[in-house]
Design a binder for this molecule. Structure first.
Ligand code: ATP
Ligand code: MG
Ligand code: MG
Length: 354
């Protein structure tokens, strides 16, 4: 945490970059950084300020993230794609060392939607790295007034799009109604949000969201690490160490889509002493950890099959047509062979999306 090489302990009202940015409140954190809502006094707008831990490896990761986000921004000057926009960068000295800081557009709560960009593999797609686009009202004094966040929602029909604003309170009320509606089922926050989104889509309202956290992203032809992705969203080719490409992101996307629709993880890997991450990491190519010389799974003697559409009907009370449609969409993305998975562009054309 807050020690040499670690997080920077900021407080509301703290100023950064020679006074330009004023810290408001903590938005979230990860293994690499703490992210603050900050007010940009030069541009009179709210921004997200990602303050990286100060140790050298973290600083490197931040510079790497800056490089990737700059490349995306260059390829998307209108900022119309689903990737968070980098606005500024600087270093900030604190008691724990020098912290590389990234200033990005301010986004809201996590959710889901995916776009593949410029030959970059994200490598860590998961619900917490997909945020809803939201803005808060800069007209109010950010420091004193305890402002109310507003979520901008893009409303679309065949005639065009407009943007309407929701306060966070309204969003929560809506979420509570959705929870009440589905209280017979076990649901996670992801499930609740998916339900809220469903309600909205009935009204013809769609939620825009963006992907953040490019700290471990890579160029497809310059891969940094064999061990990518968060375990629950990790593709089989990454687990067995047989090389990966964009299709690994698609796998994570399918896992996320299932989770948002059902409230449960699609894959919930167990912690197991004998197969610790370290052991896997040190074995180079991992196939022999999982398969015997006949190609059978080592640790699982008998596999029980439960087809995806049946799971959706029997466990999650999907209607038959809903289950069929969703399973038809997901099944090809969860193909064990990466090359067989559809591309992001192909996914977008699938009837289930429209
Ligand atoms: P990880 O350990 O997953 O690599 P990290 O330290 O690289 O995380 P991020 O994932 O970039 O940090 O950010 C941490 C959290 O801060 C996010 O999960 C999100 O809750 C919040 N956050 C990040 N960027 C923004 C933004 N632009 N607007 C609003 N909140 C944000
Ligand atoms: Mg993160
Ligand atoms: Mg990160």
């Amino acid at each position: 945490g807050y020690r040499k090489g670690g997080y920077y302990a900021a407080r509301p009202g703290d100023r950064f970059a020679g006074g330009r940015y004023v810290a408001q409140r903590k938005l979230g954190w990860g293994n690499f950084s703490i992210v603050w809502l900050a007010y940009d006094t030069l541009q009179s707008r709210f921004v997200a300020l990602k303050i990286q831990k100060s140790a050298r490896d973290y600083a490197h990761a931040a510079l790497h993230e800056i490089k990737l986000l700059s490349a995306v921004a260059k390829g998307d000057p209108m900022n119309s794609k689903c990737v968070v926009k980098l606005l500024d960068q600087f270093k900030h000295a604190g008691p724990n060392g020098q912290h590389v800081c990234l200033v990005t557009e301010f986004l809201g709560d996590s959710l889901l939607r995916l776009i593949r960009e410029l030959g970059i593999i994200h490598t860590d797609l998961k619900p917490e790295n997909v945020l809803l686009v939201s803005t808060i009202n800069p007209a109010k004094d950010p420091v004193r007034s305890g402002f109310t966040p507003i979520l901008d929602l893009s409303v679309g029909n065949q005639y065009g799009r407009t943007v309407i604003s929701f306060s966070e309170k309204m969003l929560r009320m809506r979420a509570r109604r959705a929870v009440a509606k589905i209280s017979q089922r076990r649901v996670s926050l992801g499930g609740v949000l998916a339900e809220v989104e469903k309600e909205r889509s009935l009204d013809g309202i769609s939620l825009k969201c963006k992907i953040v956290d490019f700290g471990s992203a890579c160029w497809a032809d310059q891969q940094l690490s064999g061990e990518i992705q968060t375990r629950q969203y990790r593709a089989p080719e990454v687990i067995i160490g047989s090389g990966y490409s964009y299709s690994a992101d698609l796998w994570s996307f399918a896992c996320m889509a299932f989770e948002l629709a059902t409230g449960d993880l699609l894959f919930a890997p167990k912690n197991c002493q004998r197969c610790s991450e370290d052991e896997i990491a040190s074995s180079g190519t991992h196939s022999k950890d999982y398969f015997d010389r006949y190609g059978d799974l080592k640790r699982i003697k008998r596999l029980k099959f439960w087809p995806l559409d049946r799971v959706l009907v029997e466990r999650y009370n999907f209607t038959e047509p809903d289950a069929q449609g969703f399973a038809d969409f997901l099944r090809p993305i969860l193909d064990f062979t990466p090359e067989n998975r559809p591309s992001a562009a192909q996914c977008l054309k699938h009837p289930w999306f429209n």
